[in-house]
Design a protein around this ligand. Structure first.
Ligand code: A2P
Ligand code: MG
Length: 306
């Protein structure tokens, strides 16, 4: 390992590898057929064996290498000392040079937001391409870097296709592992939740005169669809999403020039002592963010305070 790389690049390089190992674990659990589904209470708020095992793996691996990181995860599992911490470092990440603003960051300044399995409801229903593993990095309350691993990418493309992919990014450096198809002008495809909908979510969507509304699981998945040009905005007028759902997606969107904010257009904060829910909802775009924000109806603004 190149110890001359900045801390943020080393943390990212390790996280890319850790996310890869996590993806193998998720695929193993899926093929075992024993998902171990637990209802955490509320609307489609599920947990499986994959959520807990992956969170343990990510937490133990990161902390063994970088003990001073602040790691916050959805499942809040106790550290598992048996998790194999030797995932290594991704060379493609280490070979980049750090943007100057982050070159002097120290471990203790980085807050890591982990969603071990985003799109759990869809995972249990076999909608496998909606599932992602999210590792996001925040500094001074801002999402600056992240990894999105899609463990079942290509699962319908035949047995020759390589299963799974990793997208990673850092603000000021860019994001890697994605492909954009430029959408036709004038189109407005909105993408939103399929398992956490309600009247307010639907009111917001219908106020935006969409060309079409797509309903898919996962915050990571929906952000990727926006980045790659399959949808024009991810719109979720509900407080159900948490910081670990949005940190990595927001950082990667920002790294490619996009935005992810609440429905008021205000930045989401990721400080280590912040409350978990994104009470102001979520809107993400690759471009023309303010155009979408301006279409949010007053009732939604009133009900979703930042
Ligand atoms: N009402 C809710 N209760 C629990 N989790 C929610 C709720 N709404 C959204 N989420 C979380 O936000 C993410 C994005 O929501 P959606 O997939 O519905 O668009 C989901 O993957 C889910 O995380 P997770 O699947 O990790 O539990
Ligand atoms: Mg999630």
């Amino acid at each position: 390992i190149n110890m001359s790389s900045s801390v943020i690049l080393r943390v990212l390089a390790a996280s890319v590898r850790i996310a890869d190992k996590s993806a193998s674990l998720v695929r193993e659990i899926m093929s075992s057929g024993e998902l171990g589904i637990v209802d955490k209470g509320g609307q489609k708020n599920l947990q499986t064996k994959a959520d807990t095992s992956v969170e343990k793996l990510i937490r133990a691996s990161l902390l063994s290498l970088f003990p001073k990181l602040n790691v916050i995860g959805e499942e809040d599992e106790a550290l598992d000392a048996t998790a194999d911490a030797k995932a290594g470092f991704d060379d493609d990440v280490l070979n980049k040079s750090s943007p100057p603003e982050y070159s002097k960051l120290t471990e203790d300044q980085i807050v890591v937001w982990v969603d071990p399995l985003d799109g759990t409801a869809e995972f249990t229903e076999g909608l496998l391409d909606h599932v992602t593993i999210l590792i996001g990095f925040a500094v001074n309350g801002e999402a600056i870097g992240g990894v999105i691993n899609q463990p079942f990418y290509n699962y319908q493309a035949g047995s020759q296709a390589k299963l799974g992919r990793t997208i990673w990014g850092l603000v000021g450096l860019g994001a890697f592992g994605w492909n954009r198809s430029e959408p036709p002008t004038g189109r407005r495809i909105l993408i939103t939740t399929r398992s956490h909908s309600n009247e307010l979510v639907n009111l917001c969507l219908s106020s935006m005169s969409p060309t079409a509304v797509e309903r898919q699981g996962g915050a990571g998945n929906k952000a990727l669809r926006v980045i790659e040009g399959e949808a024009d905005a991810y719109v979720f007028a509900s407080p159900g999403c948490k910081k670990w759902d949005t940190c990595a997606p927001e950082a990667i969107l920002r790294a490619v020039g996009g935005q992810l904010t609440d429905v008021h257009g205000s930045k989401i904060r990721y400080d280590k002592d912040i409350k978990f829910p994104n009470t102001g909802g979520v809107i993400a775009t690759y471009r023309d963010h303010q155009t979408i924000i301006n279409l949010v109806p007053q009732k939604v603004r009133d009900e979703l305070k930042s």
